[in-house]
Ligand binder design. Structure first.
Ligand SMILES: NC(=O)c1ccc[n+]([C@@H]2O[C@H](COP(=O)([O-])OP(=O)(O)OC[C@H]3O[C@@H](n4cnc5c(N)ncnc54)[C@H](O)[C@@H]3O)[C@@H](O)[C@H]2O)c1
Length: 372
């Protein structure tokens, strides 16, 4: 079994999720890889120390460069705010470490290009945190589309809506820092764009409207001083796929009541699919032929036949959770590191997604169709 030393930079929402996932990932493709939590870094030293105790890392630091230089660290996970991804990824690549970076890969496609080209030149394995693609039912949806079960695809409707920025009292934070890139279109839109590309292939053109709904926010929780918001709260896109069909995509972080509505509807000449992450153990399929004359969508429930569900649970209908998707993601990444063969979505794919995000900014500002 190949031992792989793990270093995680950042200990927030994603740092925690990565640590949980790496701990469990060895059990997915059992016997192939043995991840070992070596080091955790955070600018907040107390947070790093807390993660060290909680997850059983061997050491902690407030110096991410020291983590990268650690000879026992083979893989670096970057879970910091977007504006730090470039510097940290380039340093890790320079040190010959394999890199997992959270999405969006970078604030803009120029940074994403630098990261991709550096990684490919050095020959390290990369992956980016598009965890929702790792759902076994999303893999099934892709197989159905590619197998022709839906016929010719004629339309895509995708949305990623949450409400964590919905209140005007929610203060300014790193997610609103333009140095970190765009707003909802980068934070949430990157996920649904990744999903659209995964299922239907490249997007070749788009028209976008980006809107900032809440124009000022408190500088801190409860503060009366306000700071201007310079990024989008809602992005509405019309897109064209290289395969010929068109679709609509919305990214929205002020969608009051929605906590995790990453969803899509795909229509083909022979059938339709609909899915929402709110009920992500279900995929809904409609067949216009061979349905015995009975109309309506069939609800397909996730079960052990949808690999690697069975590595978590032998019984159908018991359901996977968010961190299980992260575990599958990390297991695939570690297997790729072990085999020295990328599994993806890698930096190059994330760069393609970033080009689409950049194009939405141009389209919205210049009020025109942008060809990619
Ligand atoms: N894949 C997903 O579903 C998903 C979900 C949420 C966030 N994300 C992405 O993960 C990244 C982090 O988001 P989060 O929600 O975990 O943020 P967070 O604010 O919860 O955590 C960020 C952590 O990074 C630390 N940090 C900040 N600057 C640092 C630096 N220069 N060096 C070291 N540590 C530093 C902070 O102290 C904090 O612990 C972002 O890129 C975000 O878009 C992905």
């Amino acid at each position: 079994m190949k031992k792989i030393g793990i270093g995680i930079i950042g200990t927030g929402f994603m740092g925690t999720s990565h640590a949980l996932a790496y701990r469990a990932a060895g059990g997915i493709f059992s016997g192939e890889v043995a991840p070992e939590l070596i080091s955790v870094a955070d600018v907040d030293r107390a947070a790093a120390e807390k993660a060290y105790h909680r997850f059983g890392f061997r050491r902690y630091t407030d110096d991410w460069q020291a983590l990268i230089n650690d000879p026992e660290v083979d893989v670096v996970s970057i879970t910091t705010p977007n504006k730090f991804h470039l510097e940290q990824a380039l340093a890790a690549i320079k040190a010959g470490k394999h890199v997992h970076c959270e999405k969006p890969i970078a604030p803009n496609s120029e940074d994403a290009k630098l990261m991709t080209e550096a990684a490919e030149a050095k020959g390290v394995i990369t992956q980016v945190g598009f965890n929702y693609l790792k759902n076994p039912l999303i893999k099934l949806a892709k197989e159905m589309i590619e197998g022709g079960e839906l016929g010719e695809i004629v339309s895509f409707r995708g949305i990623h809506a949450e409400d964590f920025m919905g209140s005007p009292h929610t203060p300014w934070s790193w997610r609103l820092d333009p140095k970190g890139g765009a707003g909802a279109i980068a934070d949430l839109g990157s996920h649904i764009i990744a999903m659209a590309r995964y299922l239907l292939g490249p997007i070749v053109g788009l028209n976008a409207d980006l809107e900032t709904v809440i124009k000022e926010r408190p500088v801190a929780l409860g503060a009366s001083e306000l700071r201007k918001v310079e990024v989008d709260d809602i992005a509405r896109l019309t897109v064209e796929f290289a395969r010929g069909c068109k679709g609509n995509i919305e990214a929205n972080w002020v969608a009051t009541g929605r906590k995790m509505q990453l969803g899509f509807e795909i229509y083909g000449t022979l059938g339709g699919l609909h899915f929402t992450q709110e009920r992500f153990n279900e995929l809904n399929l409609y067949r216009s032929e061979g349905n015995g004359g009975h109309h309506g969508f069939q609800k397909i429930e996730a079960g052990p036949e949808h690999l690697p569900y069975g590595a978590f649970c032998p019984a159908p209908g018991h359901q996977l959770g968010f961190n299980d998707l992260k575990t599958i993601e990390m297991a695939e990444f570690l297997r790729a590191v072990g085999n020295n063969q990328a599994s993806g979505p890698d930096f190059r794919e994330a760069w393609e997604i970033q080009k689409i995000i950049d194009a939405t900014l141009v389209s919205s500002k210049e009020k025109r169709w942008v060809t990619l």
